[in-house]
Design a protein around this ligand. Sequence first.
Ligand code: PEP
Length: 242
Amino acid sequence: MKKIIIGNWKMNKTVHETRDFIQKFDIFYSKNLGKIKDNLDFAIAPSFTSLALISTSKIDKLKVAAQNLSQFDSGAFTGEISAKMLQDLAVNYVIIGHSERREIFKEIGEDLTNKILQAQKYNLIPVFCVGESLSEFEANETEKVIIGQINEVKSVLNFEKAIIAYEPIWAIGTGKTATAQIAEQVCKLIKNNFGKNIRVIYGGSVNSKNINELLLQKNIDGALVGKASLDPEEFVKILANI
Ligand code: PEP
């Protein structure tokens, strides 16, 4: 399966900083072109204010992801950004169900199903995130949690056109990566239960040093990268080291 790397910038980088990133990324990317596999997909998920910049950047092959979208179609929903607005900016992917949205913004099953429906209606590819907490991991509940989170949305999710991101909460932003073996086990579990052809990626403290071992695993089709995607040189190294 074609590999994909998605950088999730979270609430970082102004428009000016994004412009600076694009300039630097372009330089490092051009220098490393020979090392980056032709069939690798890659995207950046900036904040909403920088989407247009990433989407119009001249960088060959760079795709655009949004970090969130509204569960509503249009109308009186102050502060919301709709799937149609993202489609209009030529956004390709949208992250749904990131653990920060689940935990801090209390997004639950119904919000997530409605967001998936909106994304699919406007041809955005959902990057649906699942992951267990440290206490669930320690209590050996990973399998139950992951299957449960996917079951909540499976009636609406078009698995063939979606990406599932396994992101153990204990590995996000903590510097602790799940071992390649743990990540592989869970990605395999997802494919065994929901379909062998689903694109399943891993996220949690991925960087240029651990990317290759993770992506050598049979069932890991890419990575969702937080902190390490903010640095243009490091992000290019991640693409080049696969
Ligand atoms: C994320 O937030 O999706 C993530 C994987 O972050 P980090 O790479 O910083 O752990």
